[in-house]
Design a protein around this ligand. Sequence first.
Ligand code: AKG
Ligand code: FE2
Length: 341
Amino acid sequence: MSPTTSSSTAYADAKSVELDDIPVIDLADLVAGTPGAVQAVASQIVEASQRIGFFYVKNHGIAPAVIDGASRAMRGYFALPAEVKARTPVNTSQRGWMATGMAKLEGSKTHDLKEIFFWGPEQWHPRLDARKGVDSLVAENTWPDESFPALRRDLLPYYDEIQRVGGKLLSAIAVGLGRGADFFEQRYTSPMARGQLVYYPVSTAKDESEERFGSAPHTDFGVLTLLLQDMNGGLQVRNRTGEWVAATPIPGTLVCNIGDLLNRWSNETLSSNLHRVINRSGNERHSIAIFFDPDPDAVVSPEDLGFPEGMEKYPPITVSDYIHGKNKKNFTQYQQGGKQA
Ligand SMILES: O=C(O)CCC(=O)C(=O)O
Ligand SMILES: [Fe+2]
């Protein structure tokens, strides 16, 4: 415990980020398609992904107007009265509005403070349309079009751009792991890419006394997460020596992290690291997390990523089976017989 912190708040202490804990990687050459850029970025991403599983990216090429539009729509949406947001309640396809209290992460003491709006792809590849209603994560979005049409309108351009950046990052990761640059592309023909708008109220003294987080310590379930955080701070990442470091907001950057599926796919070479959020800024905090995950029917097998038979630590599993299994353990709408869309 640090000497400046009282014992009731020490559960969420973190030191400030050191630049070499979470590096800032410049994507300008990768985005421009400069020859050799993939290799140069690949080694930086793989180094950070092995060591801490987190990195920032700058010069990602997403226009500020697109980011501002999505951020503004998110703020407007969360400011709506709860009864309006509750008209599109979260379902077991992980679409819609989740009130505070409904996320209790695996192994945590108490529920999270966060409130979420979930969405996913607007269209699916025809081969997946037949899985609607069978595979609960292959679903339609539930937008609040009547009460707040700006959400769909201003979020989707950002969502498209994030997927473009995500594709570039994955091509670099594939090269960094000794595969072809299109290794992931073939498994992202109709990616599951789920999105979350997240709202964190200010933590109160009562929250602190009950050791409640905005988001309790967890690892992400998928392959690669791309996060836009506002300037309030509050995201913390556990480093290799077990210390929590603050992932301080850096203007113009996205925070990227490796999820459990890529940890598994890479035979535990890339680290899916613990992180958590506590909002002590005194302001409401907002973030947009997009989990850039493969086709639901893609098979995740370490052997395909180059780990020879007999060396793999995990058997093959489909993306859908894996993510669905994790959702069931982490969100109450699955435990209360929630309605499937
Ligand atoms: O809001 C953040 O800063 C992080 C959110 C997060 O970790 C998540 O949604 O998985
Ligand atoms: Fe996360």
